[in-house]
Design a protein. Structure first.
Length: 283
């Protein structure tokens, strides 16, 4: 064996020994005793120094030996396992990016306070205001005219529409139509009687209620042909209003009778008692 070949073999053995002592990160290491054991050295004695470099056999320098050593073959560890996982060398693994530390203070990040151009334009746009519905027109608390009963002698009627409307055999919405309407006029011509009524809401005239009211009036006046005409407007003198006024009057009368009772007055004087408001009911 020549001295150049012996030097190359010694460099290769040294490279194998250095690569065998390294351990891949993240994998269980080999036995500590195996890792600590020194690599076997060649049994051949070190070659004597060459007398003079010849033109045919020249000894490579140390940098050239370190560059040629990896080209011999892949380095393996003491267990014979290549130092990579899943077929990918560990030297090619890229370090994971570390999370950016949050600022110590409680200030929000810059993107919270920064607005885009679209947001700025939207904030400058005028707000759309929904139209407010107009309030319904209510009738005045008091009637603009007094209630006048005008008799109709042609059909033998006294002209009291609230009393007539309250006595008709009607039910449901048709009855409410009769109770909530006010008589404007009753015109008799050529054997036909036309009742002109004022209705507070148009709903009462729906679903044939006007026809039912006309049929009930026709039964009350069988000798005449009865027609019903209606218009929308405020009403005051209706059968419903008279019935409500009558109930309120009876309620006031009952409360006054209870308050004037001697037994009730004695209880109020001796025991500081009183009549609970609203406890007096009228049938």
């Amino acid at each position: 064996m020549t001295s150049a070949r012996a030097a190359i073999n010694a460099a290769l053995e040294a490279a194998r020994a250095a690569s065998g002592m390294r351990q891949a990160p993240g994998r269980p290491g080999a036995d500590s005793s195996a890792a600590a054991a020194p690599a076997p050295m060649p049994s051949a004695p070190p070659p004597p120094p060459p007398a003079a470099p010849g033109p045919s056999a020249s000894m490579p320098s140390a940098p050239q030996m370190r560059q040629a050593a990896p080209a011999v073959g892949p380095a393996v560890g003491p267990t014979g396992t290549p130092p990579w996982d899943n077929g990918q060398p560990q030297a090619m693994a890229r370090p994971q990016p570390s999370m950016r530390a949050q600022p110590a203070d409680d200030e929000p990040p810059s993107w919270v306070t920064e607005f885009s151009d679209d947001t700025a334009v939207a904030s400058e746009a005028p707000a759309v205001v929904a139209p407010v519905p107009a309030a319904p027109v209510r009738a005045p608390a008091r009637a603009p005219h007094a209630y006048v009963v005008t008799p109709v002698p042609e059909i033998g009627w006294d002209g009291n529409w609230p009393a007539l409307a309250g006595s008709l055999p009607l039910r449901g919405v048709a009855q409410q139509l009769a109770l909530q309407t006010e008589l404007v006029a009753c015109v008799v011509h050529d054997g036909a009687a036309t009742f002109k009524l004022r209705v507070p809401v148009d709903t009462l005239r729906a679903s044939g209620n006007s026809e039912k009211l006309a049929a009930a009036l026709q039964e009350h006046f069988p000798d005449f042909r009865v027609n019903v005409e209606s218009e929308i407007g405020p009403v005051w003198y209706t059968a419903g209003a008279e019935q409500k006024a009558a109930r309120e009057e009876r309620q006031r009368l009952a409360e006054s009778i209870v308050a004037a009772d001697p037994f009730v007055q004695e209880l109020e004087r001796r025991f500081d008692a009183f009549v609970v408001p609203g406890s007096v009911k009228v049938a």
